[in-house]
Design a protein around this ligand. Structure first.
Ligand code: UGA
Ligand code: MN
Length: 252
């Protein structure tokens, strides 16, 4: 069973390093198709080179998040939707490039999370919608569904208590049939949906009693919502004052 994995990716100094780590994880996973969507007005050579350097099946798409939805200088990034335009482009791509009856799974995977190869074995078990714990998220060591005999009984979480499905994007996978069935569904990109996008897509496509608890009845953590620290790359302009600049080497 094929897994379509959707990864939005934002331009930043740490991007190629993050994607290198992720691409190398994907070598451990058979039959995975990587949909990578740059937050850019054009696909970049950098990401093209990175993708070419790995022998993974992929498609390289792009769409720029409009400026008015980007966080302003003194606003923290969580106040704005991250990677939602990109996920929406990927949903469109899937709908026009797969058959509605194909037996395949769809998974949303940020470029900076940490994925154990066993997660993908769990994703492949999904019949309709599968859920599992996510580590290092929501101001806790993990958030998770609490399961009884493979069914969700309740959720262990702390922030945004009003969510109907309080899980992170990394905590579920959806059967391809549902992506086709709800063929108009796209993520709401407005700021009012912050922190609600996971809950909204699940609320559209499934119900709590249909969810399948994976990862040993949701008792194992196979994915962590790690966040790459923003590196302070501040010395170049100081060098410039001394008449020194980078010479022309590039990543990859
Ligand atoms: C969490 C979830 O894990 C995301 O899937 C969800 O989109 C996000 O919250 C949200 O609620 O908007 P978080 O770690 O806070 O993610 O966000 P990032 O890792 O900064 O961004 C998620 C993905 O979108 C990353 O792959 C990132 O490269 C990409 N992104 C982020 C963009 O393409 N454009 C941006 O402006 C920001
Ligand atoms: Mn992230």
């Amino acid at each position: 069973r094929k897994i379509y994995m959707i990864t939005p990716t934002k331009t930043r100094a740490e991007q190629i390093a993050d994607l290198t780590r992720l691409a190398q994880t994907l070598y451990l996973v058979p039959n995975l198709f990587w949909i990578i969507i740059e937050d850019e007005i054009k696909p970049t050579q950098r990401i093209h080179r990175l993708l070419q350097s790995f022998h993974l099946p992929f498609v390289h798409l792009n769409i720029a998040t409009p400026d008015y939805l980007k966080p302003t200088q003194n606003q923290s990034t969580w106040r704005r939707p991250r990677g939602m335009f990109q996920k929406n482009i990927a949903l469109q791509w899937i709908r026009s490039n797969t058959n509605r009856n194909d037996d395949a799974l769809v998974y949303f995977a940020d470029d900076d999370n940490t994925y154990h190869w066993k997660l993908f074995q769990e994703i492949r078990k999904v019949q309709s919608v599968g859920v599992w714990p996510v580590g290092l998220v929501g101001e806790l060591l993990y958030e998770r569904p609490i399961c009884l005999n493979g069914k969700v009984h309740s959720w262990f979480h702390f922030i945004y208590r009003k969510r109907k499905f309080p899980t992170d994007m990394a905590g579920f996978a959806i059967h391809l049939n549902l992506i086709h069935k709800y063929s108009n569904y796209i993520f709401n990109v407005s700021a009012t949906s912050i922190g609600q996008q996971e809950s909204q897509i699940l609320d559209t496509m499934t119900t709590q009693d249909q969810l399948e608890c994976l990862a040993n009845n949701a008792s194992k953590i196979y994915v962590w919502h790690t966040k790459t620290q923003i590196m302070f790359i501040t010395a170049a302009h100081k060098l410039q004052k001394a008449g020194l600049t980078y010479d022309l080497i590039s990543e990859l």
